[in-house]
Design a protein around this ligand. Structure first.
Ligand code: PGA
Length: 249
């Protein structure tokens, strides 16, 4: 299966012109990286314009979605249906920045995951521990992730789920935006654990699991060349897609 690269632009860039420049550089990367699948997640301001600029090899994703699937009096929110009608196929749910800065709870995340999957969007669910948990050792990390997944995926067993529609991103919070990624070996340990858990507890046998947290052109291969790591969720470095050109050929 192709490796999946999810480019999370977060709240960047400030202008449409710059956004378009980054998008075209990403198209160029996609032209040269046919063995990878690229999903670009720009802010909503640029997303729906870009999602109409179809390009072979690049798909689009939102950075969030509301849990009511259709329309209604929910100021500031965007629904699954709106995304689908705009050609957006993927959505990131439960990013740690939203959990932390906007108070998103596991209960809210669970509702978003369930609604988006029911409506046929491809969900990239982010999970990951704080440094204080990591400091307690691997078993503490596993137990934290197990608990987070149990809450965020509650009720998923009742859905008729296309296996490729759920993707989990292991994003240790202490590695996000710090310039210091988790070591590939440690990331692999947790990712293998997540896969085993998904298979045994949810009968999800082929769910893709990505690594995210300070991935750049310098180290992306260290992660994605490992068989069990199905791709990467890239934040800051996704604004300079040129850096991946020579690496992911
Ligand atoms: P980063 O962000 O690559 O800038 O660390 C990753 C993420 O938050 O998804």
């Amino acid at each position: 299966m192709k490796k999946l690269l999810v480019f999370n632009w977060k709240m960047n860039p400030a202008s449409y012109e710059e956004a378009e420049r980054i998008l075209f550089a990403t198209f160029e990367l996609a032209n040269n990286a046919k063995e990878t699948e690229i999903v670009v997640c720009p802010p909503f301001t640029w997303l729906t314009d870009f999602s109409h600029k179809a390009h072979q090899g690049v798909k689009f994703g939102a950075q969030d979605v509301f849990w009511k699937p259709d329309t209604g009096a929910f100021t500031g929110e965007v629904s699954d249906t709106m995304l689908k009608n705009s050609g957006v196929e993927y959505v990131i749910i439960g990013h740690s920045e939203r959990r932390k800065l906007l108070g998103e709870t596991d209960e809210m995340i669970q509702k978003k995951v369930k609604s988006a999957l029911t409506e046929g969007l491809k969900v990239i669910l982010c999970v990951g521990e704080e440094a204080s948990v990591r400091d307690q050792g691997l078993e503490a990390v596993k137990s934290f992730i197990k608990n987070q997944l149990a809450q965020d995926l509650k009720g998923i067993e009742n859905l008729k789920l296309e296996i490729e529609n759920l993707i989990v991103a292991y994003e240790p919070i202490w590695a996000i935006g710090t310039g210091t990624p988790c070591s590939p070996k440690d990331a692999l340990q947790i990712i293998s654990f997540i896969k085993e858990l998904l298979a045994t507890s949810y009968q999800l046998l082929a769910t893709r699991v990505l690594y995210g947290g300070s991935v750049t052109g310098k180290d992306i291969l260290d992660f994605i060349q490992l068989e069990d790591i199905d791709g990467a969720l890239v934040g800051g470095a996704s604004l300079k897609p040129e850096q991946f050109l020579n690496v992911i050929h």
